[in-house]
Design a protein around this ligand. Sequence first.
Ligand code: ZN
Length: 268
Amino acid sequence: MTEQRANEPEVTWLDPDTAQLRQPKSSHWEAPFLYLLFGRERSLLIDTGATSDEEQFALRGTIERLTSDWLRRNPVVFVRPYPLVVAHSHAHGDHIAGDALLRGRPGTTVVGTSPAEVIGYFGFRSWPDETVALDLGRRVIDVIGGPGHEPSAVVFFDRRTGILFTGDTVLPAHLYVRDLPQFRATIERLIRFRDDPTAAVNELRGAHIEMSTNPGVAYPAGTLHQPDEAPLPLRPRILDRVLAALDELTGAPGERVVRRRFIVVLDR
Ligand SMILES: [Zn+2]
């Protein structure tokens, strides 16, 4: 089910307790995807979008609407204010700009965006190799260290839906590698996580779509209209292809490895 009003995100319920939000292209060409996951004790918002102006992108209003809709459907959850944790796939501006709209909201914790704040909030003792659990109340999210695109990046795994929320690390777009050894270690970590028989990873959902349905062809940065964009979800086996693409890099700045569903760019 997809619904949209003027400055509001495109909202897609992935299951009754999981909403995918996409910031409209009209408010910012990056059009990032955000995710809102509801549990019995609190909800988790992954990323806040590229704009801190509610007029341009009604993040706060949308969170209020989706939360009250969900609470109406779940009368067993009676704690008020119903807590919200705002966390981030990573600290780049197009994923954290909306924090300002949610800071000060009743019952809301906005997790800081430095590596130290991320490590401290989630309780990593061995960053980035450890996986830590975040319990939303009968819904456990695994938080996996994910630096390489950006130093404070994490990947969230929702055991309920089997979705790995991969931010700007793995997505149908350019994979901008800022720190190659760390990025490679993150992909290897995600492969180990995927191959753990207890994990049951169904698909990956990242934070942008830049690829077209034409294999290996991306829309240029700044594109506002993407009529033939590739689908967002990626199969878990894409991780092997990302690792193989990283192996082709020789280390030259700006180097690119083009694949059907993504383009690796050595960005340093
Ligand atoms: Zn980024």
